[in-house]
Design a protein around this ligand. Structure first.
Ligand code: ATP
Ligand code: MG
Length: 425
């Protein structure tokens, strides 16, 4: 026998048993985003490598070691997108969507990062993200946060908390960076290898370490929040006031930084302790410098991305089944004449009852075996077309889920009306 192939490590199949969760989640998110006035933008899965190097930052984890980068047949360096914001900004600049206008956009799809695969952390994973451009105030930051808070409510996820912080302006951050380097330089022997390397390239990221041995030294580090520039402090106070008035609970986490370099001022994360180590389900913030960095006019931007695998895991753990996918009716076809007529009958029924979930038996077999399949499918009704029915132009209808489900025989031309009445009841 030929060797059986397997999927790439860290890249998952989403099987039929799981896809209902995904669909239910996607449907809820889509209608919520539409309700807040966000429009979908669909972006390529690969971009020129330079885009990510210039936006995410050369010394971030993503660009240093997580990107799927390859040369195409022309020798051009391309990268499978590790996140959606860079491509979204690139597309908006390219198509002139940012000039003298505001935009509320969202995207969804797979992202790729060469990480160590583990529960909640994969090499292909999915994000839904939202981005808002051209709005500088904390009102839009607060709107994005309210939108996500509403999503958790709609999904019935209550074990989630919101953490917020401000990274200040780039000048405030530069001053803070020096204090941080001084602090960590004096404690070099307490730094792990990663942090030693980051000390001069990207010291803020040391605060984001996942290494428990680093906790103490990080806890003593000076806080940016205490050295904010006045404008950023006012923005942050404005955000807090808006969240307070909207009744959104939050925790100020002065050590919250993000893994991408382009953030400034507001950053936030939604976290849960129900998923183990990978507890961040949604993360975002403001990136007022990014658009200019990518060659556009200086334009404010703010957005978030949520990790779909982690959300699906939370929904699955709660035991919700997602959308019910059982058929309304299962069409049993016994004998050659019935098999011959069955497809046309099914098609007619689908015309008459749009949206009907009808599963037609294919592959022949006797009545008993087909009936077992019908029952197993979870269908509410079995429709039975046998030799007698074909001869008399009738069809038998048997309720499968009711205790005293009597089988009855109907003229075929009354089936649609009958079924509609039963399904509406
Ligand atoms: P982390 O610090 O956990 O690596 P990050 O800062 O790299 O997270 P973002 O780039 O902000 O994460 O991505 C937003 C969200 O996407 C995360 O909060 C998480 O829910 C999800 N996510 C990120 N990377 C992965 C991954 N490798 N597998 C599954 N989900 C992911
Ligand atoms: Mg990461």
């Amino acid at each position: 026998m030929a060797k059986q192939l397997q999927a790439i490590r860290g890249m998952n199949d989403i099987l039929p048993g799981e896809s209902a969760h995904w669909q239910a989640l996607e449907t809820t998110i889509r209608s919520l985003l539409t309700g807040y006035g966000y429009q979908e933008i669909r972006l390529p899965i690969a971009e020129k490598t330079e885009l990510f190097a210039r936006s995410i930052g050369e010394v971030t984890d993503i660009v240093e070691k997580e990107m799927y980068t390859f040369d195409d047949r022309n020798g051009e360096s391309l990268t499978l997108r590790p996140e959606g914001t860079a491509g979204c900004v690139r597309a908006c600049l390219e198509h002139g969507l940012l000039h003298n206008q505001t935009q509320r956009l969202w995207y969804a799809g797979p992202m790729f990062r060469y990480e160590k695969p583990q529960k909640g952390r994969y090499r292909q994973f999915h994000q839904v993200g939202a981005e808002a451009y051209g709005m500088a105030g904390p009102d839009i930051d607060a709107e994005l946060i309210c939108l996500t808070a509403r999503l958790w409510r709609q999904l019935g996820l209550d074990a989630v908390t919101l953490q917020i912080n401000s990274l200040g302006s780039s000048t405030a951050r530069a001053a803070y960076r020096e204090r941080l380097v001084a602090y960590f330089s004096a404690r070099q022997d307490e730094l792990d290898e990663d942090s030693q390397r980051r000390l001069h390239s990207n010291p803020l990221r040391i605060l984001d370490t996942k290494n428990p041995a680093m906790r103490a030294v990080v806890a003593g580090a000076p806080l940016l929040l205490e050295h904010l520039d006045p404008e950023s402090a006012a923005h942050f106070a404005g955000l807090r006031a808006l969240l307070d008035s909207a009744g959104v609970a939050y925790e100020v986490n002065p050590r919250l930084v993000r893994g991408l370099d382009y953030y400034s001022q507001t950053v936030f994360e939604w976290v849960t302790d129900t998923l183990g180590a990978q507890g961040t389900i949604c993360a975002g913030g403001r990136y007022d410098g990014l658009i200019e960095q990518l060659g556009g006019q200086r334009t404010p931007g703010v957005g978030f991305a949520m990790g779909m695998e982690r959300l699906v895991a939370m929904l699955a753990a709660r035991g919700t089944t997602g959308a019910d996918q059982a058929p309304d009716a299962y069409l049993i076809l016994v004998g050659e004449a019935a098999q011959q007529q069955g497809l046309a009958l099914a098609e007619q029924l689908r015309d008459q009852l749009p949206g009907l979930r009808l599963r037609m038996h294919c592959g022949g077999g006797g009545f008993k075996a087909q009936f077992r399949r019908a029952d197993h499918s979870g269908a509410r009704f079995a429709l039975i077309l046998g030799e007698d029915e074909v001869r008399s132009g009738s069809i038998a209808l048997k309720p499968l889920r009711e205790v005293q489900g009597e089988q009855r025989s109907l003229p075929q031309n009354q089936l649609a009306a009958h079924l509609r009445a039963l399904l509406d009841a």
